[in-house]
Unconditional design. Structure first.
Length: 138
């Protein structure tokens, strides 16, 4: 009977110790802060996936006649291949929030080393800034 009592005591003690080692309830994880956005240095032109390796982009030219218009010169940095891309302009208000509706995705072929101008018009007179998103054509 002593062996049974000792075994039972050992099992109870082990169960209590393991229960005490269980991890406490955790809150959901916090996402990392984006230093580019916080510093106001997010790029005006963003290329998705590995497309940035094959693009050369000039500075955007902004004109306004009541509504913001942006023109950006783009070239394919390829020697032989034409790039098929889609692009869209996003226009932002004074609080750096995207104004809806944004322009839809547009298709553009970029022949090798040929300058192509991408242009977008804000659909809202409250546009204060802009971004250009470029992705491989789908």
């Amino acid at each position: 009977m002593t062996a049974r009592t000792t075994l039972a005591s050992l099992l109870i003690t082990t169960t209590l110790l393991l229960g005490a080692c269980a991890s406490p309830t955790r809150s959901p994880g916090n996402p990392m802060g984006d230093k580019l956005v916080q510093a106001g240095e997010y790029p005006k032109v963003a290329a998705s996936r590995d497309l940035h390796k094959y693009l050369m982009v000039g500075n955007g030219v902004v004109t306004s006649d009541g509504v913001m218009t942006v023109s950006v010169d783009v070239r394919a940095a390829t020697e032989k291949d034409t790039l098929n891309v889609q692009y869209r302009f996003a226009f932002l208000d004074e609080n750096n929030r995207e104004i809806n509706p944004s322009t839809g995705w547009r298709f553009q072929q970029l022949p090798p080393r040929v300058l192509v101008t991408l242009q977008g018009n804000a659909l809202d007179a409250g546009a204060a800034d802009w971004r250009l998103h470029i992705r491989p054509a789908e």
